[in-house]
Design a protein around this ligand. Structure first.
Ligand SMILES: Cc1cc2nc3c(=O)[nH]c(=O)nc-3n(C[C@H](O)[C@H](O)[C@H](O)COP(=O)(O)O)c2cc1C
Length: 372
């Protein structure tokens, strides 16, 4: 059988050996925004385990966009240098391509660490100002963000541009803007959080305009061969929020602005959002969005088995599958998927002794008939 999950994928000047993306995963291990030894093992481990591309977690483009005090960020020379050194180390042992997600937490910024119970971190406990399109809280205990005025909008645009320049310098091949999960760019897109009456609010096109400008800026800044995508919610999961039809229309506008792909995801735009996840629950959205717009499409959300991944790609529902918890559970997911689908995976030399066919343990641990 010829596997489609293990067929190459091209986006702009980037080629991935297969359709498996390690989804961006916040690690809460930044040191003043810079990567640390934790990221060596987290990202380096995936880099030697056979995915098509490894995404670096949501990385803030400005200080007030941090989600929490241990967020990654890319707005200082020190953060850039630490990232360059990390990538240089990984590139000594792996040719796996990397991408990075640009984040700005907007009104969900200044959060407590997961170990301190999540929720907002107030200013008097070391928190920071948060920003949004409008002074509307996420809900619950979350504070009202400051509305970005013209100077603030220009500042945020410049922050994205600067971060894109740093991506050129550290030589990452792909940037994904975080436009989902209730963070800053999503709050501009959604009528739940964007109540502006200027050119960035009101109609769908106006709500999309700020994000489109950022896409155009980042596109102009990145060298031509680097790909640019955006993560979008399939819809908002709240009454009065973005519908899936809105997401299709937004995708069209962002594609015109310069987006090469969309990653279809789901996350809370407000405290009322209720998202019910089941295996592959975002695949039907990705499939329709891909068919309706023709844009390259990544899909995430409870993609668990190799057969599921294979079917998503082979049936044309998406171009890439982005896995998170499944690869935390089994970092060698890509190898095991290759084994199940009868594809020869590339093992790094020191690990060859564990390769199926060379090691009898593989067949004993993962018998073919149980896998079927
Ligand atoms: C530990 C962890 C951290 C995450 N951090 C991010 C992030 O930085 N950016 C993002 O867009 N999604 C983030 N996500 C969401 C994942 O990328 C993924 O889309 C989601 O978990 C659904 O995929 P899964 O069912 O394979 O876990 C995170 C998920 C996990 C488990």
């Amino acid at each position: 059988m010829t596997s489609r999950l293990f067929s190459p994928f091209e986006v702009r000047g980037q080629t991935y050996a297969n359709r498996i993306a390690i989804s961006p995963m916040a690690q809460y291990n930044g040191d003043d925004g810079a990567v640390t030894p934790w990221h060596d093992q987290h990202l380096g481990g995936f880099a030697v385990s056979g995915p098509g591309v490894v995404m670096i977690e949501s990385t803030s483009v400005e200080r007030e966009g941090w989600g929490s005090a241990t967020c990654l960020a890319l707005h200082t020379d020190r953060q850039e240098a630490a990232l360059r050194e990390l990538l240089t180390r990984i590139r000594t042992y792996s040719a796996t391509p990397f991408g990075i997600q640009f984040g700005h937490s907007g009104r969900k910024g200044s959060g407590r660490l997961p170990t301190a119970g999540r929720g907002p971190l107030p200013l008097d406990e070391g928190g920071w100002r948060t920003w949004g399109p409008s002074p509307v809280s996420f809900g619950g205990e979350w504070p009202v963000p400051e509305a970005l005025d013209d100077a603030g909008l220009a500042r945020v645009r410049e922050a994205y541009r600067q971060a894109a320049g740093r991506v050129n310098r550290v030589d990452l091949g792909l940037v994904e803007l975080h436009g989902a999960h209730g963070y800053l760019l999503h709050t501009f897109l959604s009528p739940v959080s964007n109540h502006r009456e200027d050119r960035y609010g009101g109609s769908l096109a106006a709500r999309t305009a700020f994000v489109a400008e950022i896409i155009a800026d980042v596109r102009r800044t990145l060298t031509d061969d680097r790909a640019l995508g955006i993560r979008l919610n399939a819809h908002d999961y709240v009454d009065g929020g973005l519908t899936f039809e809105d997401t299709i229309a937004i995708t069209g506008l962002l594609r015109e602005a310069g987006a090469d792909y969309v990653c279809v995801s789901a996350g809370a735009i407000s405290a009322e959002a209720r998202i019910e996840a089941s295996p592959g629950y975002l695949v039907p959205y990705a499939s329709k969005l891909r068919a309706a717009t023709g844009i390259a499409t990544f899909v995430t959300g409870l993609i668990l088995t190799p057969e599921q991944g294979e079917e998503i790609i082979a049936d044309g529902h998406a171009d890439m599958v982005a896995l998170a918890r499944g690869v935390l559970d089994d970092p060698r997911w890509s190898w095991h998927a290759a084994e199940r689908l009868g594809v020869e995976a590339d093992y790094p030399m020191p690990y060859l002794m564990a390769k199926p066919g060379r090691w009898p343990g593989a067949a004993l641990l993962r018998p073919a008939d149980e896998a079927a």
